[in-house]
Design a protein. Structure first.
Length: 290
């Protein structure tokens, strides 16, 4: 059972049975392989690739071409987990036709099983319905939506006031009614996420939303501590290893051994067979100095 490919019906059954869903955001082949082989149920190719691996200040500049590139790479590393591709800013806001076309690219060319879109207003719900009608599964995303950074002003907890909390619950219900198979709830009070989780029949995946959700998602680089000194460490992130220090130590050791000639050794080298070596040296061996 553990080796079977994860499907959307399987995720819905996990919610019904109370089994927690583990989702990891990855951006390339090697990290996707690790996430998949470790047993992640869902691998998300997040547009946070813009911040984490492309060096942008926000997710706003991320393009369809960049997201497709990362999705294809992740797809090659995933054998079991459900693969979801994030739709970047302005790939689903212009028109229904363009939304379907762009989502279809992730499915047909990227190999994703579903797409994720941010927001839950009337236009977003209409987009969800159109995508579902076109046969494309959709993951919703409410709470802190990074693509709205200019409207929000800053990345901060959402739904802290009672009225805002009610609107978040209503947003989740609207998305569920529109047809999403899952909802990411990001950086909201635990109490709000718990109510959202209890009010919708689809799985709710939390990130900074407390332990009462149906599952959790973290970025691979965050949970593995790959962001390095000076990088922001949000309250909702737990580092399971200081991966940056581990990798930096390895690279420093390599550099030291190169400079000291400790690497490579003969064990890391290749040799000609005896006859070929003799013939080669006879033809092109070192000439004596004049």
């Amino acid at each position: 059972m553990a080796d079977e490919r994860v499907t959307i019906p399987a995720l819905l059954e996990m919610k019904r049975s109370g089994k927690k869903i583990a989702m990891i955001t990855a951006y390339d082949y090697p990290t996707a392989r690790i996430a998949d082989s470790a047993g992640a149920d869902v691998v998300l190719v997040g547009d946070s690739a813009g911040n984490v691996v492309m060096g942008y200040e926000s997710t706003i500049p991320v393009t369809m071409a960049e997201m497709l590139h990362h999705t294809k790479a992740v797809k090659r590393g995933v054998k079991r987990a459900l693969l979801v591709a994030d739709m970047p800013f302005m790939s689903f806001q212009v028109s229904t036709e363009e939304t379907i076309r762009n989502a279809g690219i992730f499915i047909k060319e990227g190999g994703a099983a579903a797409v994720k879109i941010e927001g839950a207003g009337p236009a977003r719900c209409a987009a969800v319905r159109a995508l579902c009608e076109a046969g494309i599964s959709v993951m919703g995303h409410i709470g802190l939506t990074p693509q709205s950074i200019h409207q929000l002003g800053e990345l901060k907890v959402q739904g802290s006031a009672a009225d805002d909390a009610v609107r978040l619950v209503e947003a989740a219900e609207a998305l569920a009614s529109a047809g999403v198979f899952c909802i990411v709830v990001e950086v909201v009070p635990r109490e709000v996420a718990a109510v959202v989780t209890s009010r919708v029949k689809v799985p709710v995946i939390g990130i900074g939303a407390g332990p009462d959700c149906d599952g959790q998602v973290l970025v691979f680089h965050d949970l593995c501590g790959l962001n390095g000194p000076g990088a922001a460490k949000p309250k909702h992130v737990k580092e399971y290893v200081d991966g940056y220090d581990v990798l930096e130590t390895a690279v420093r050791s390599y550099i030291d051994e190169v400079r000291s000639t400790a690497f490579p050794t003969d064990a890391n080298s290749f040799h000609l067979k005896a006859d070929d070596r003799r013939a080669f040296l006879e033809q092109r061996g070192p000439k004596p100095r004049a």
